[in-house]
Design a protein around this ligand. Structure first.
Ligand code: UDP
Length: 232
């Protein structure tokens, strides 16, 4: 199999990690670790940015302070990352967990110079803690990591097939986009990622692929097969 991309960042949405419910689905975590191993074994460069929506989302938590809820959300991504890295370590993968939010004794802080060397070497990097600041999202963290690691593709792994003209669960006759330009996404006001994440990729000219993470092999996305939506 030839590969179109060699340096990728995979954003794993928190909603995937809970399976059918919220919380942690062991089968999903095991499946994802195998998917990551399939790419790692090929010698491709891969960094993972993990969401935390399966644990807590700051923007929809209304019974305590938003900033505190966001801190909890970022800590949630650390929990997800510890589990994923544990499963990968068990399988003898060269894996490093790094956080933008320091939790001393639990996870080391991200260090661009050192961690890019590890990424370039082909180690699996798991980036957690989001951006380290409240009021942001892990999509934005993933876009920043894609720039920092000089990635040639940002992959957003979700529960949906890709980008539609409207919500396919609410509207009939929606159009599915296999390929679309950044500007068209803006003009048509389509939902891909939050605006800051989207703009970072647009400015840096890093293509984004949105696809159903549980349905298609990650390898095929990296090979450039016509799966999901590719934004260029
Ligand atoms: N979060 C944050 N700053 C960040 C990234 C995440 O405060 O830079 C918090 C925020 O509360 C968010 C939660 O962590 O709702 C989980 O992240 P996100 O919603 O991006 O995860 P996903 O949508 O992938 O499940």
């Amino acid at each position: 199999m030839g590969f179109k991309y060699n340096r990728v960042i995979l954003k794993i949405s928190g909603e995937v990690l809970g399976g059918e419910k919220e919380g942690l689905d062991s089968e999903v975590f095991k499946y994802l670790s195998q998917e990551i191993i399939s790419v790692y074994k090929l010698g491709l460069k891969i960094g993972i940015v993990i969401g935390g929506g399966n644990i807590i989302r700051g923007n929809i938590t209304d019974w305590f302070n938003r900033i505190d809820a966001d801190l909890c959300g970022m800590v949630g991504t650390i929990i997800n990352g510890i589990i994923l890295s544990s499963l990968l370590k068990e399988r003898k993968v060269d894996v490093y967990l790094r956080s933008n939010l320091e939790v001393k004794g639990v996870v080391p802080r991200f260090n661009l110079l050192e961690d890019k060397i590890l990424y370039d070497r082909g180690a699996v990097m798991i980036f957690v803690g989001g951006t380290g600041s409240p009021l942001f999202t892990t999509d934005t963290a993933a876009a920043i990591k894609a720039c920092e690691m000089n990635a040639d593709l940002l992959i957003k792994g979700t529960k949906v097939e890709g980008v539609f003209s409207d919500d396919p669960f609410k509207t009939k006759n929606v159009r599915f986009y296999h390929r679309i330009k950044f500007q068209e996404v803006i003009d048509k006001n389509l939902k891909v990622m939050d605006a800051s994440a989207f703009n970072i990729c647009k400015e840096a000219n890093i293509p984004i692929c949105v696809y159903n993470l549980m349905k298609y092999p990650l390898k095929k996305i990296i090979a450039g097969e016509r799966i999901g939506t590719l934004i260029t």
